[in-house]
Design a protein around this ligand. Structure first.
Ligand SMILES: Cc1cc2nc3c(=O)[nH]c(=O)nc-3n(C[C@H](O)[C@H](O)[C@H](O)COP(=O)(O)OP(=O)(O)OC[C@H]3O[C@@H](n4cnc5c(N)ncnc54)[C@H](O)[C@@H]3O)c2cc1C
Length: 385
């Protein structure tokens, strides 16, 4: 059979872009297909910045991926002239026994990650931008950083093309079938592609048609994200040199996260709720308006914690979280398609892992073992409980 690809990657958000980059280094005939263009504002990977941290309150099972991802982010950063990593440090604030403080300390200790534990008065002295409530604690991780989301994803695709990959934008894969070559992929424009293996990384669209076996474990949700300007004479407190990426857990468990502006095109400090304001929605090619009650809610949080920021956002946008039932990732091999692999690595915290997940998927697709165990992310965990 002519024209059989070694690997086809379907969906080039950050997971697909990183998979394409890693696959192009391992085999010769690699094709990436994305329904949209090289930069677009749908799904989960768009926007300016994402947080990378290793003192991972979510659990030590993420450490092997975090370590490998950290290594590969720096490899990518070295291969490009563009600045894609911004070493800001990270501060994770909450009550002493909160998930964020307690969990970050545990993972930092377990992983030998450089960190410092601070009290509320330490924090106020160290970071005057924060109005930290009395009794709060924090974990400061000096090695945490912000990633340029748009540029890092584009650089992954550039690297993939440099290593020989081909990319088709503006076409949807609508059907995947087992075939003697491996898998047959049919697109909306009527193209048929054959591959020894396919990798599906279609983000919130994962629940549509290609990976129906995952549908019961995933729910796309729309989430708003906001940008806030410093008040007059307070600009210096929020410069990326003075303001780390942060997580802030309130007494009631609500979590706020934020990133300083890392590019001149960004309209202020980016802040959002991690575990609130999520609206179940079908993945779609349009942006929906942000609800006024959500703007009011975040403005109240900003007034309380960042009195040196204007309380009303200068800019708002909506984005997609693809939530799994346990807020972790689904990575593995299809049970219905013999040579198909997938990753749904969102639940609102997947970006930082993309190079490691892409590397693991590319290895699996060419019959090699991933560099670390993926058993914690297997769909089988839902069947065994
Ligand atoms: C507001 C927000 C803030 C976040 N902050 C952080 C953070 O600070 N740190 C962190 O680690 N993570 C963060 N995340 C999570 C992270 O952004 C996601 O984990 C990641 O972007 C998921 O990428 P993806 O490639 O799986 O999905 P997507 O980016 O949605 O990519 C899916 C791609 O598939 C394409 N596609 C869909 N269907 C088809 C089809 N049938 N055929 C071809 N192509 C198709 C789409 O066009 C799209 O390009 C955040 C997420 C959001 C929304």
């Amino acid at each position: 059979m002519k024209n059989v690809h070694d690997v086809i990657v379907i969906g080039l958000g950050v997971m697909g872009a990183s998979t394409l980059w890693r696959a192009a280094q391992k085999c010769t005939k690699v094709l990436g297909i994305d329904a949209a263009g090289p930069t677009h504002c749908y799904g989960s990977s768009h926007g300016e910045s994402r947080i990378f941290r290793r003192a991972y309150w979510e659990g030590e099972q993420y450490l092997p991926l975090l370590n490998h991802a950290d290594f590969l982010w720096h490899e990518l950063a070295q291969s490009t002239d563009k600045k894609i990593l911004f070493h800001t440090g990270g501060i994770f604030i909450g009550p002493k026994s909160s998930s964020i403080v307690d969990g970050s300390i545990k993972t930092a200790n377990r992983g030998g990650i450089d960190h410092e534990v601070l009290t509320s008065s330490n924090i106020r002295g160290f970071l005057p931008a924060f109005n930290v409530h009395d009794g709060m604690h924090a974990v400061y991780e000096p090695g945490a950083y912000a990633i340029s989301a748009r540029d890092s994803r584009l650089e992954m695709m550039n690297e993939a093309v440099r290593h020989g990959a081909r990319i088709e934008f503006g076409d949807n894969v609508v059907c995947l079938e087992n075939h003697e070559a491996g898998v047959r992929a049919t697109t909306k424009r009527g193209c048929t592609h054959y591959a020894k293996s396919v990798i599906v990384t279609t983000g919130p669209w994962m629940t549509n048609n290609l990976m129906k076996e995952l549908t019961e474990h995933l729910e796309p949700r729309q989430v708003p994200i906001y940008w806030f300007s410093p008040k007059a004479k307070s600009e210096r407190y929020f410069l990326k040199e003075n303001f780390p990426v942060f997580l802030y857990e309130f007494e009631n468990g609500d979590i706020l996260y934020g990133v300083p502006s890392i590019s001149s095109s960004e309209p202020g400090v980016k802040i959002g709720f991690h575990n609130r304001q999520q609206t179940p929605a079908n993945a779609d090619w349009k942006n929906t308006p942000i609800q006024q009650k959500h703007i009011t809610e975040i403005s109240e949080a900003i007034t309380s914690i960042f009195p040196k920021l204007e309380s009303l956002p200068t800019h708002v946008k909506s984005c997609f979280y693809t939530m799994s039932t346990d807020e972790s990732f689904l990575i593995g091999k299809s049970k219905t398609l013999k040579k198909a692999y997938f990753a749904s690595a969102c639940s609102g915290h997947g970006y930082k892992f993309a190079p490691a997940i892409g590397d693991a998927l590319a290895n699996m697709a060419v019959g090699q073992k991933p560099c670390f165990s993926l058993s914690a992310f297997s769909v089988d965990r839902f069947n065994s409980t």
